[in-house]
Design a protein around this ligand. Structure first.
Ligand SMILES: [Fe+2]
Ligand SMILES: [Fe+2]
Length: 265
């Protein structure tokens, strides 16, 4: 891609900035919500299957690694205005996810303050490390992770009613799913730009990430195997869901065939 000499920015920087402004304007106009005011908190279901609370707690745990995600992103993208500003906004939105999930666990009576404090104490002993060593790899990982996270939330929302229903949790999951989908789309559009700019290099990063993907941070929990098996037994996420609802849709959206991705390796 050509360099834009007047500003000292490359064309890809200019395009990324356009993506960020579009993302930010839409978020300001359509996607702001309040933890306090937008959830029908009085409608939590105290008799919901405890398996759901275990899943919500696992999702909350993944969201609690926010300081590590933001620290990593800010150090990788410090001099990339669009990505750094994106991550500032992203951090605000993600901070609400752990707050609202924690509030649901408390208000539904499924967890006590003390239990949540124990979980946080356990988590903060560990630091999550970014699995990628390049900026494009980090964006690819984020693109995949945001979609996978959104699929987890959406699938829990789909199963919620048959598992006893909870209007408060349903609203929480709807709001978070829309946020995750928007995050995914920003990264997807960014990777589309990088594919135009350097197709072979970007495909190599995509191959690395898509063929070794794991949800971040969950493995740091002492009882991660049991948590994963609950997620699997409820049909929320497993290898099959990953292929059908993450891997294939991403390749289709980016116009990359499996054969081309394989060749890139
Ligand atoms: Fe989130
Ligand atoms: Fe997200």
């Amino acid at each position: 891609m050509d360099h834009v000499k007047e500003t000292g920015r490359t064309a890809i920087d200019v395009a990324l900035n356009g993506l960020y402004r579009q993302f930010f304007d839409r978020a300001e106009k359509k996607r702001r919500w309040s933890v306090r005011d937008d959830i029908p908190w009085e409608q939590t279901n105290p008799n919901l299957d405890p398996a759901i609370a275990s899943v919500v707690e696992s999702f909350c745990a993944v969201e609690l690694f926010l300081p590590d995600y933001v620290r990593t992103a800010m150090s990788v993208f410090r001099s990339n205005r669009a990505c750094a500003w994106f991550y500032a906004n992203w951090g605000y939105e993600e901070s609400k996810h752990s707050l609202v999930l924690g509030d649901w666990l408390l208000r539904s009576g499924q967890r006590s303050d003390e239990q949540l404090a124990d979980l946080e104490g356990q988590l903060f002993q560990y630091e999550w490390q970014v699995p990628m060593d390049s900026a494009v790899g980090t964006l690819v990982y984020a693109m995949v992770q945001e979609l996978a996270t959104g699929v987890n939330y959406r699938n829990l929302r789909r199963r919620l009613d048959e598992l006893g229903g909870d209007p408060a949790l349903a609203k929480v999951l709807n709001l978070i799913s829309v946020d995750e989908q928007s995050h995914h789309h920003f990264f997807l559009d960014a990777i589309r730009l990088y594919l135009e700019h350097d197709r072979a290099g970007t495909l190599r990063q995509m191959h690395r990430v898509l063929h070794s993907f794991a949800m971040p941070a969950l493995h740091l929990l002492a009882d991660c195997k049991q948590r994963e098996s609950v997620i699997r037994s409820l049909g929320l996420f497993d290898e099959g869901v990953f292929i059908r609802e993450v891997y294939e849709p991403i390749l289709a959206a980016l116009g990359v065939s499996r054969a081309e991705l394989r060749r890139s390796a």
